[in-house]
Design a protein around this ligand. Sequence first.
Ligand code: PLP
Ligand code: ZN
Length: 419
Amino acid sequence: MITSLVTELKCVTCNALRKVRSDGAPAQNWMTCEVCGNEDGILDIHYDFEAVRAAWADRPLVERPHNHWRYAELLPLASSGLPWQWQVGWTPVVNVDRLAAQLGLKQLLLKDEGRNPSASFKDRASSVGVVHAMQCGAKTIACASTGNAATSLACHAALAGIPAKIFVPQTAPEPKLAQLLVYGATVFVVEGTYDEAYQLCSTACDQFGWYNRNCAINPVLVEGKKTGGLEIAERSSDFGGVPDWVAVSVGDGCTIAGVWKGLVEMHALGVIDRLPRLLGVQAAEVAPIKYALEHDQLPKPGDGTTMADSIDVAVPRNWRKAVQALRAAEGELVCVSDEQIEAAMRLAGGHGVFAEPAAAAALAGVVAAKEANIVGTQDRVLAMITGSGLKDTRSAMRAAGQPIRIPPTVDAVAAALET
Ligand SMILES: *Cc1c(COP(=O)(O)O)cnc(C)c1O
Ligand SMILES: [Zn+2]
């Protein structure tokens, strides 16, 4: 396949269809709806499913490499020259049965997205974005991010050998900054909020002609995030079938929308015979999508904040897609406090999974939803652990408590064990 199997782009607000070239060749202008503009005109990408089925019959998924390029036909990329050696996706699913029993769930699965190249779920999107940028002939790629989108972009731009320009708010944790700088990106720490960093990045992309990796307005990125959902579907037979719930923490809303799109496509393609429900999770102090779900519009940005920096998003860019996904999935959205997130970090860690706060938030949401009887005792739940705990060691230390300090004697060990 020289070109992609993309047929058209559809605006999520006005439903206008935008035809792509008949050969589906990727183009840099696959951004937002011309009528609805950058704020509202988010586009959704459609594929020729007949052609996808034919390709999968020809070369079955089971015979393909264990990374997300195995879904090449469902990506908006020309499949010739895909970087099969970039080991993105196919992350471990940890069946934490003791924790499930403790919480009173039939099954609990933690999908450890921290095992991606730059240690977060965002690698799925950035890898696709970087390949798209290359296929469009872009020379420089830019993004604004609360941290992980930037680090994953910097990582994959480095793999590809193209320059990355990064805009982060001053709240970004130090380990993420360290990653950015080591990957060799140009890093602007914007003296303002994520929202201001985002605006500045968009303006700079327009002015300097850079490829804009900002997920919300770039539909290609959501296609990368979609591979998380494709994988849950394809691998569900390994863990007893499609889960009843998939829990995802929500910032801008692209992750939950992307995961849902992947599940829906696998359902349409007949890989799974039913769909899970979505459990969206936001921080109690920063929950604009909760409001949007109830009022069909965003609230005025509040000034609340959360330790979960990756979902500390007061003005979510993709709230429409997130709300549409939650509705279509008969989903629920729960909010969790920082204390609940810290507790979830300890819970996940105690079962072998080190989660950053925004990732632990998904598990905290499962705990909260179980307590609220939204999730039942017979339910099987998969929580997306979207980023590694190493991304934010300060928060990890706060959640974890203190080590035992002793002089180097065995008596001291014995004494410490007694107290
Ligand atoms: C980005 C991110 C999220 C939320 O994704 P959105 O697309 O912003 O909703 C959740 N967890 C982690 C670790 C992230 O980096
Ligand atoms: Zn439109």
